[in-house]
Design a protein around this ligand. Structure first.
Ligand SMILES: *Cc1c(COP(=O)(O)O)cnc(C)c1O
Length: 168
C-alpha cells in the first residue's frame, strides 16, 4: 500500500513515484495535485483487492462530486509522456544548476520534489527568497522546492537565480 498523496500525479517525474522502483502496489492513495487546486482524493485498488469495496461502501457527502472529478480528469489527461518528460527535464536542469554552487552542500529528491542542504541557515535563505518573490519552504534543516509542474523554463531560471543568490 503506497501513499502517493504528495508524490503522485507527476510530481516525481513519473505518473506515480512507485513507478521509479519496479513494483506494483495493491493500493495507492492519491490527492493534492490530483485536483489541480480543487480538493479531491482517490484510492486506487489493484486486482488483488478490487472487490473489497462495492458501490456505496466508502461514501462521503461530497465524495466523487462532478466538479472536482472534472478537475481531476483534466489534470490526469494532461499527465502524458511528453508532460512527464518535461517535468524530468526541468528537474535535471535544477539539479545541474544547484549542484556544486556556492553555499549548496547537497541536492536530493525526485522530479520536482527537491531538498537542498545549504551552508547557511535554511530559514534565512527561505526568507531572502520570499523577499525577492520566490516562495520555497523549509523541511527540517533543508530548503524544499516544489515548483508547479507546468512552470515555464524562463520562470524556473529566474527563481533559481534568486535562490542561488540567497544561498551564497
Ligand atoms: C498531505 C498528505 C496527506 C494528507 O492529506 P489530507 O487530504 O490533508 O488528509 C497524506 N499523505 C501525504 C504523503 C501527504 O502529503
Amino acid at each position: 500500500m503506497i501513499d502517493e498523496v504528495q508524490t503522485g500525479n507527476g510530481r516525481t517525474g513519473k505518473l506515480y513515484s512507485y513507478m521509479h522502483y519496479g513494483i506494483t502496489p495493491d493500493i495507492v492513495s492519491t490527492a493534492k495535485g490530483l485536483g489541480g487546486g480543487l480538493p479531491i482524493g482517490a484510492t486506487l485498488l489493484g486486482e488483488k483487492v478490487e472487490k473489497m469495496l462495492g458501490p456505496g461502501d466508502h461514501g462521503s457527502t461530497y465524495g466523487g462530486n462532478p466538479v472536482a472529478c472534472a478537475a481531476a480528469y483534466c489534470v490526469v489527461s494532461r499527465l502524458g509522456d511528453d508532460f512527464l518528460a518535461r517535468v524530468q527535464e526541468k528537474s535535471d536542469h535544477i539539479f545541474s544548476r544547484l549542484q556544486g554552487a556556492a553555499g549548496i552542500e547537497n541536492v536530493t529528491g525526485l522530479g520536482l520534489m527537491i531538498g537542498i542542504t545549504t551552508t547557511k541557515n535554511n530559514k534565512e535563505i527561505v526568507n531572502k527568497c520570499i523577499e525577492n518573490g520566490v516562495l520555497c519552504l523549509t523541511a527540517k534543516e533543508k530548503v524544499r522546492l516544489l515548483p508547479a509542474l507546468n512552470i515555464e523554463p524562463e520562470q524556473l531560471d529566474k527563481a533559481l537565480d534568486v535562490l542561488l543568490e540567497a544561498c551564497k
